[in-house]
Design a protein around this ligand. Structure first.
Ligand SMILES: C[S@@+](CC[C@H](N)C(=O)[O-])C[C@H]1O[C@@H](n2cnc3c(N)ncnc32)[C@H](O)[C@@H]1O
Length: 361
């Protein structure tokens, strides 16, 4: 039987054209992450910041000691994506120069608002390798080896214990997030910490989160930064913060309150409930408090916000990097907290990718 192909409508033709352009962006989409990583490694934002004013290509290439024409192409890409601004010369034969934007300042190697360490961790060869195992994981119906383990032979925490370089990359990235999110926690829910004299940060990493917290809450007399031994042995030392090594699946040091930032999303419900039960044991039954700082995925499309994309990407990253982790919806948070014996909880949105969940025994 002969099929006659229907003529596409103008709208369908436009949609096809748009789809082709979008398709090419997926073909080469990784270039955006790679070029931003390259900009951080070269120190482009740092050079312009230190210069104190926009820099010409010649000034930038001589400061960074790099090839003029390659740098030009990288800058053209970064300007196109509005990561840096291009300033036209005031005089006719002058050279254009490159200026910082709010986005390029996030690429500074240090500082309170830098996101460089987070980008360098996620774009490291170790982290990127596990993304290749996503489809096997989905096809495996829960029986396949998790992607990170399949490629590196161990889960992310055992791998980090054996590879200090990778552990440093993770600790620096998490410290970077602590500098971004802890001020937002303090700004929106300082009262949550009222009356707390001792607090344990479970899976606290290099202690940055806790040192910022005790500085903001002078009434906290003792903070315990609790993490795996290989992490706390290189953690920062700061006033009123003690670094304690151990395993949160065994026992958590006792305190008036426990805080956990970006820890539970690394684990499935079963492990989460075990960690939460241990937190409950660590805090007083009558006036103990658990403070969870985590991203929450909106179940209701209407409530989706500017960070929904990021939260969904983070959930995919948990699939790629952890064995059982996930970014939870409010309903899923309610389930693990109730199963672990917490009687009530409430949520405060903050100006960060995370929200604050306060739970009570
Ligand atoms: C994603 S990082 C979050 C670090 C820190 N809370 C932050 O957000 O800045 C997860 C932390 O959990 C720690 N961790 C993993 N397994 C652990 C265990 N069994 N006991 C204690 N800490 C653990 C890791 O070493 C890591 O520092």
């Amino acid at each position: 039987m002969e099929h006659t192909q229907r003529e596409l409508t103008l709208k369908e033709k436009e949609e096809e054209e748009h789809a082709k352009v979008e398709g090419w962006k997926y073909v080469l989409g990784f270039s955006k992450i790679a070029v931003v990583k390259c900009a951080i490694e070269l120190g482009i934002a740092d050079a312009i910041e230190n210069h104190g004013s926009p820099m010409t290509l010649l000034e930038l290439s001589s400061t960074l000691k790099c090839d003029l024409s390659s740098l030009y192409r990288v800058m053209r890409f970064l300007v196109h994506h509005q990561i840096f601004n291009e300033i036209q010369p005031k005089i006719q034969l002058g050279s254009k120069s490159y200026a910082q934007t709010a986005l390029s300042r996030l690429l500074l190697k240090s500082g309170k608002t830098s996101m460089a360490a987070l980008i360098l961790m996620e774009s490291s060869p170790v982290m990127l390798a596990s993304w290749h195992g996503l489809s096997s994981l989905v096809q495996g119906n829960g029986t396949s080896t998790p992607p990170f383990e399949a490629v590196h032979g161990a889960d992310i925490w055992s791998f980090s214990a054996a590879n200090p370089g990778h552990s440093k990359l993770i600790n620096e990235a998490m410290a970077c997030d602590a500098r971004l999110s802890l001020p937002a926690v303090i700004e929106s829910c300082l009262e949550v910490f009222n009356g707390i004299e001792t607090i344990v940060d479970v899976g606290g990493g290099d202690g940055t989160c806790l040192s910022l917290l005790v500085k903001a809450c002078p009434w906290i007399t003792r903070g315990i930064n609790f993490d795996l031994p290989h992490v706390v042995c290189v953690a920062k030392k700061s006033d009123r913060v003690e670094n304690v090594g151990g395993d949160m699946f065994d026992c958590i040091p006792k305190a008036d309150a426990a805080i956990m930032k970006f820890v539970l999303h690394d684990w499935g419900d079963e492990e989460c409930i075990r960690i939460l039960k241990n937190c409950r044991e660590a805090i007083p039954e009558d006036k103990g408090k658990l403070i969870i700082v985590e991203a929450i995925i909106e179940e209701d499309e209407i409530k989706e916000d500017k960070l929904t994309d990021v939260k969904l990407m983070m959930d995919m990253a948990m699939m790629a990097h952890t064995s059982t982790g996930k970014v939870r919806t409010l309903k899923e948070w309610g389930y693990v907290l109730t199963e672990a014996g917490f009687s009530r909880h409430s949520v405060t949105p903050i100006n960060a990718v995370q929200s604050v969940i306060h739970a009570f025994p």
